[in-house]
Design a protein around this ligand. Structure first.
Ligand SMILES: [Fe+2]
Ligand SMILES: [Fe+2]
Length: 169
């Protein structure tokens, strides 16, 4: 059975994942409202991924005999600036999530919870992928600068991202 301290840390992280989901849903709608429909689609897929992360964590907690809890999720911002600023904020947020996962992992080491360490390895690897994917978008948007035709090309390219559950994909 899972210890109290790790249970609480995992439950807190469920709320963090749901915040990430809502942040990306808000950013997706913001991009849509600015006619960046491709980036809106990309962020909508990301929203679903974050929901899945929260479910994965809850499922694990229950499998280990823990008491699942879903906390209150703070509202994300409404304004995100330019398209480059949107993705700069995504990168900043993902770096913050990576730190949170690292702290969670370290807590499992000090609590000698090896099963949760193994479980969290998936999240550690996922954060490497997410940061790299977002860093690439930020780099490309920086290359594009003020050239709107190039920005629209990127919008179209990133709009090809698909996932079950996203309408029209
Ligand atoms: Fe996540
Ligand atoms: Fe993420």
């Amino acid at each position: 059975m899972i210890g109290q301290k790790i249970q609480e840390a995992l439950n807190d992280h469920v709320t963090n994942e749901l915040y990430s989901a809502n942040l990306y849903l808000a950013m997706s709608a913001y991009c849509e409202s600015r006619s960046f429909k491709g980036f809106a689609r990309w962020l909508r897929v990301q929203y679903f991924e974050e929901i899945e992360h929260s479910q994965k964590m809850l499922d694990y907690l229950v499998a280990r005999g823990g008491a699942p809890a879903v906390g209150a999720v703070p509202a994300p911002p409404r304004e995100f600036g330019t398209i480059l600023e949107v993705f700069d904020k995504v990168l900043e947020h993902e770096r913050h999530v990576t730190q949170t996962i690292d702290e969670l992992y370290r807590a499992c080491v000090s609590e000698r919870d090896s099963a949760t360490q193994v479980f969290l390895q998936w999240f550690v690897a996922e954060q490497v992928e997410e940061e790299a994917a977002v860093q690439e978008i930020v780099d490309k948007l920086k290359m594009v600068g003020d050239r709107s035709s190039a920005a629209l090309y990127l919008d179209k390219e990133y709009g090809k991202r698909t996932r079950a559950g996203v309408a029209g994909t």
